[in-house]
Design a protein around this ligand. Sequence first.
Ligand code: ADP
Ligand code: TRP
Length: 322
Amino acid sequence: MKRILSGIQPSGKLHIGNYFGMMKTMIDYMESADLYVFIVDLHALTSVHDPRRLREGTLEAAADFLALGLDPERCTFWVQSDLPEVCELTWILSTLTPMGLLERCHSFKDKTAKGIAASHGLFSYPVLMAADILLFQSEIVPVGKDQKQHLEVARDIAVKFNNTFGETFVVPEPAINENMATVPGLDGQKMSKSYGNTIPIFIEDKPLRKLVMSIQTDSTPVEEPKNPDTCNLYALLKLFMGPERLAEVHDLYVNGGAAYGHIKQELFELIRDYYAEARTKRKELLANQDYLRETLARGADKARQKATVTLDLVRDRVGLKY
Ligand code: ADP
Ligand code: TRP
């Protein structure tokens, strides 16, 4: 069984880009992998400095995963900061990480360009992420395309450590589902919390409909042919619509007759129904926070068993055991 790991930040409401880019992939792996899923609150601290928001975001992200079908008995599911071991490994790895490797990271440049303060934590974000991955000897890391470079950093650090101190870490592989690589947002850019163009997974019907109706489309008249491959409404439709109806809609695009308003209404109903059951379950979970906390605490205990084995080996390799 492959060891598969991925994490998600609790820095805002999880959206359908997160769902198709990462969460669904992880949930689907539950049957066939030794699975590790965690909520990266230490990473979220690089952008969230409101303790209440971080606390709520963490519990909500946990409820989201469980409501969507993640079974904590069939994987290891925990909150990053419950295992401070990861911070020790981060420090050890950071002493081997070339500045240039981090200076090349697009994510740091993009985030600071958008006005997030260029803190040391934001700069060394990829080292903490490498520690997350290497601590569990992860073989495969499913992420969206935007995280590919961070995976390369983790691989580089693993190789450098192994070359310096002897074979210690598994060198992880990214798993990027190219079809789902980037879910577009309301404006056609990548759907992202930081662009304010998301469709949250768990949102009430009325605001959901409003958001779907606001998806940007061109002004081609109904009867004229349209190109489905460049239309972000169609890209979203593909995620939720069954193949037969999708083929019909495709014909309408190509031959003329596709009315955006009707298609949006259809998309709204599809999204609403797709998550209906999970929405009810999520409400129940959030009403029982003791259960959520206990589940996460058990997950952290399970995760710690693996983490301490790696960390012991690392301490020994670098000479911290005397
Ligand atoms: P955001 O950009 O909204 O802040 P994150 O960076 O926290 O999202 O991403 C969490 C996970 O979801 C990552 O694996 C990321 O690659 C994936 N992801 C985020 N947005 C999208 C998207 N629009 N399409 C596909 N995957 C995405
Ligand atoms: N940086 C990732 C993101 O923003 C989250 C993350 C942190 C992660 N640690 C990880 C993803 C380890 C995969 C593996 O999406």
